[in-house]
Design a binder for this molecule. Sequence first.
Ligand code: G1P
Length: 292
Amino acid sequence: MKKVKKAVIPAAGYGTRFLPITKAVCKEMLPIVDKPTLQYIVEEAVASGMREILIITGRNKKSIEDFFDYTPELDAVLEENMQEEYLKLSKKMENLADIYFVRQKHPVGFADAVLYAQPFTGDEPFGILLGDDIIYTEKELPGIRQLADSFEKTGKTTVALMNVPDADIPKYANVKAREISENLFSIEKIVEKPAIAEKISNDAVIGRYVVEPSIYDVIRRTPPSPKGEVYFTDALGLLAENGALHGYRFAGKRYDAGNKLDYLKANIEFALRDPALGDGMRAYLKELCGKI
Ligand code: G1P
């Protein structure tokens, strides 16, 4: 089976849930401690052996390209002042991966964004990582690598699954699935963001996918929703009808960086894990909790 070496990151959305900051700062650049959320996503792809990465951007996303570019003026100042540690951080971004960019001309959704990746992926399978979902792993393999390992054995398009409480059902694609081996499921049905009353299970799709290149034809064959947008989930539904869709229940802790409360929790938890900040943050939280 072909190895998964390329990754695609859709990053064209407006970030409306984070207004007003997203009027001027794109949501992918919002930091968790000192790294933009997008850096966590790119690092996960790279740690998963996907060093060739296409980021699908749009208007007002120039800061993303700048972030992965080299910064000669800044580096010269850091060198002059012998600030080695900072220089290392700056250089790390330049050399992290081979990053390509394309702009989605109208941000009309996820399925349309994926079509922009065809010239980049050609006839190879690839990973898709959505920027709002941060998966923290310690001893486990990185999130998208877990899916890629499964894909490389079965050859079937595989999505990340997570069990969610009823209240969260309307936020995600919802699946009816049958476990075929440990953590691996064959998906029989998939529905985009149903109402709680219409849920088909408590298994939700989280923003990690490893897809076969035939996905492009499948998207083009998918009828648009009543709102006129072709849903990526509906394209996956066509695969499910043919028994060609797998789900993998990944290990690791996932944060929804597209949701304000979860985003704040991620900041606190990553700060607690940070060797330089952990003790200070822990002491502060203890003190605060005594007061509230
Ligand atoms: C998107 C997808 C949805 C998926 C979710 C995972 O929704 O449309 O199927 O379950 O990502 O985070 P969004 O979060 O962009 O609304």
